[in-house]
Ligand binder design. Structure first.
Ligand SMILES: NC(=O)c1ccc[n+]([C@@H]2O[C@H](COP(=O)([O-])OP(=O)(O)OC[C@H]3O[C@@H](n4cnc5c(N)ncnc54)[C@H](O)[C@@H]3O)[C@@H](O)[C@H]2O)c1
Ligand SMILES: N[C@H](CO)Cc1c[nH]c[nH+]1
Ligand SMILES: [Zn+2]
Length: 415
């Protein structure tokens, strides 16, 4: 059931599915650029089978959404939001950090939130109220005043309630590449945003990449992935359950087991086969499993090197002594350590963010966090004493570069 994979073809394979949809996504972007809201209504009908009267969710619709949702689920969304906020508050930096590093020379960092951010909340093959919280909370904690959230029509009540709980200032019924284009370019109903964050399928992710010249993005966060590093001590059923949990997201999801134990690989494979048969989303899982498999590792050092080449969205470490493996890992979006840490806990309620780079991008990007919604300015306050300390250096280096006005701007103050 789980086929043998090659670590070095993993990342090119993951990126190929994105590149395949660039032509279709470019057409959608051009249509939104030319026709604004009308294009969003057209795509709602075409892709989401939804005849819309309006794009924006009203205050009354927000209130009504709570009535549609099981009160226990509302209570759990509130509890999850509070745990996620608690963890993200720790990521917040001081507004202004100043230190005197040398006599008369004070340096610092001023942190300022973005004014307006756009959050994409997927809603095609599943609804994602959890992603509503994961995208809006870090923006709110950072201090972003205007937070626009787009989700495919008709916009599920649970997702609207979650967006309200998290603090979205605007909720728009628009999905796919067209929603990303609307947030990046603006339409009659949607003011353009400075940055677009959030996950989605290949169309959403391709649109984010293609529209980077108009709005900055967090990173490519496409179809879900898991890599599990396991030795012979691991529980095969736990691993199989974690594989199915990511596979059920999308036919383009992918799962890989990197193991020092061939017999564990056989047991996981048998469990995956058995569990997939009776899974409610068996059809999606079967397709995702065709992108999935196992890679044998000579030892745990080799396993880490393989996992680092994959740079997975989620890395689960299932070995008898996990901390040395954790220390050695360099590339992973989010790391789950030990048998009682299923990825699903990070998906919903432990407090970490589940919006994470996929397709090998965890080698260069961090998962969504408060700093994605802030920018920093360096600050310096130099007094006469400090100017004397570095004046000769600045004047001489400026003259060596042939930039005499730079040198003079220092000299004039030292006379
Ligand atoms: N990496 C992460 O952090 C993370 C987190 C959560 C979810 N995910 C992923 O998000 C994705 C959610 O995907 P989804 O499909 O359920 O929802 P989605 O909202 O991303 O996509 C639905 C939209 O796709 C568009 N679409 C569908 N078929 C199309 C076509 N043929 N041409 C053009 N556009 C088309 C439609 O506009 C539709 O509204 C999954 O792949 C899941 O694994 C990733
Ligand atoms: N596993 C997804 C990230 O790849 C996040 C998610 C949302 N809901 C369930 N899971
Ligand atoms: Zn998940």
């Amino acid at each position: 059931m789980l086929k043998r994979l090659d670590a070095d073809s993993w990342v090119p394979g993951r990126r190929a599915s994105l590149e395949d949809v660039y032509p279709a996504v470019n057409d959608i972007i051009e249509n939104v650029k030319a026709n604004g809201d009308a294009a969003l209504f057209e795509y709602a009908k075409k892709f989401d089978r939804c005849e819309l009267d309006s794009l924006l969710v009203t205050e009354d619709e927000r209130e009504d959404a709570y009535e549609d949702v099981d009160p226990k689920i509302v209570e759990y969304l509130i509890e999850a939001e509070s745990r996620i906020t608690e963890f993200h508050e720790y990521q917040k930096k001081e507004d202004l950090w100043l230190r005197q590093l040398h006599p008369g020379i004070t340096l610092g960092i001023k942190t300022t939130p973005l004014n307006r951010a756009g959050c994409y909340i997927p809603g095609g093959r599943a609804s994602y109220p959890s992603t509503a919280i994961m995208t809006v909370v870090p923006a709110r904690v950072a201090g972003v005043e205007s937070i626009c959230a787009c989700t495919p029509p008709p916009a599920n009540s649970m997702t609207i309630a979650a967006l309200d709980i998290a603090g979205a200032t605007e909720i728009v019924r628009a999905g796919g590449a067209q929603a990303v284009a609307a947030m990046a370019l603006g339409t009659e109903s949607i003011e353009p945003v400075q940055k677009i964050v959030g996950p989605g399928n290949v169309y959403v992710t391709a649109a984010k990449i293609l529209l980077r010249g108009n709005a900055e993005i967090d990173f490519p966060a496409g179809p879900s992935e898991i890599c599990i590093i396991a030795d012979e001590s691991a529980n095969p059923s736990f691993i199989a359950a974690d594989i199915l949990a990511q596979a059920e997201h999308d036919p383009n999801a992918a799962c890989v087991l990197v193991t020092t134990s061939e017999s564990l690989a056989d047991k996981v494979s048998a469990d995956v086969k058995m569990m997939a048969k009776s899974a409610p989303r068996a059809e999606i899982i079967e397709k995702a499993l065709t992108n999935s498999g196992y890679i044998p590792a000579a030892d745990l050092k080799d396993a880490v090197s393989i996992s680092d080449r994959i740079a997975p969205e989620h890395l689960s470490i299932q070995v008898s002594d996990p901390l040395p493996v954790l220390s050695a890992v360099r590339n992973a979006g989010s790391i789950f350590v030990g048998p009682y840490t299923p990825v699903a806990c990070g998906d919903y309620a432990s407090g970490t963010n589940h919006v994470l780079p996929t397709a090998g991008y965890a080698s260069v990007y961090s998962g969504l966090n408060v700093s994605h919604f802030c920018k920093t300015s360096t600050v310096q306050i130099i007094e006469q004493e400090g100017l004397e300390e570095i004046g000769d250096i600045v004047e001489a280096l400026a003259e060596a570069e042939g930039l005499f006005a730079h040198s003079e701007s220092v000299k004039i103050r030292r006379k």
